[in-house]
Write a protein that binds this ligand. Sequence first.
Ligand code: G3P
Length: 219
Amino acid sequence: MKIFIDTANLDEIRKVSSWGIIDGVTTNPSLIAREGKDVKTCLRDITKIIDGPISAEVMSLDAEGMIKEGIELSKVHSNVNIKLPMCVEALKATKKLTLMGIKVNVTLIFSAQQALLAAKAGASFVSPFVGRLDDIGEHGTNLISNITQIFANYSFDTEIIAASVRNPIHVLEAALAGCDIATVPYKILQQMVSHPKTDEGIKKFMSDYNNLKKHNTDA
Ligand code: G3P
């Protein structure tokens, strides 16, 4: 399973990049706005840290505008993928951008039917938002299982990115469902590393060994 970091914050990307487990980055307009920089500057900076797919979202809502923006953003670096919010215009733009060799990530996916249409239009990635489904009383990761099954049934190449990840259980359930990628915020990546029994174990090993050393020095 590939792990992307869901952020536009360079410090977070730098820190996590040093762990050696990050395969790519996803951004969205809210995350870019939080950094106070324009999208192209953000993307340029990110490409200097991560050598893998980096998703950047367009702001247009019509196919023509999406394609124009997509072409512009893709010029920043060959690793840049174009994120389009799911709608009819996005399907049209997905088809055209894909034919031009520009990879598309269809985002704001909330049903398997939307994912199926995006895959048929040629999307390289679909991003189902699991946390936002939980917010409205659904079990978000069930959507990942459904899309995984549909894509396997028909051998679609489109990769599924579990997005709107809010806790480590989302990552676990996405992985169990066979999801290709989870895009995970920095805070959740930190939570995934830790376990209280690991911390307790490290402390005990250190103290046992240091006590033995002290005993040998004293003797
Ligand atoms: O990957 C999409 C993500 O950035 C949205 O997350 O927590 O705002 O639903 P959230």
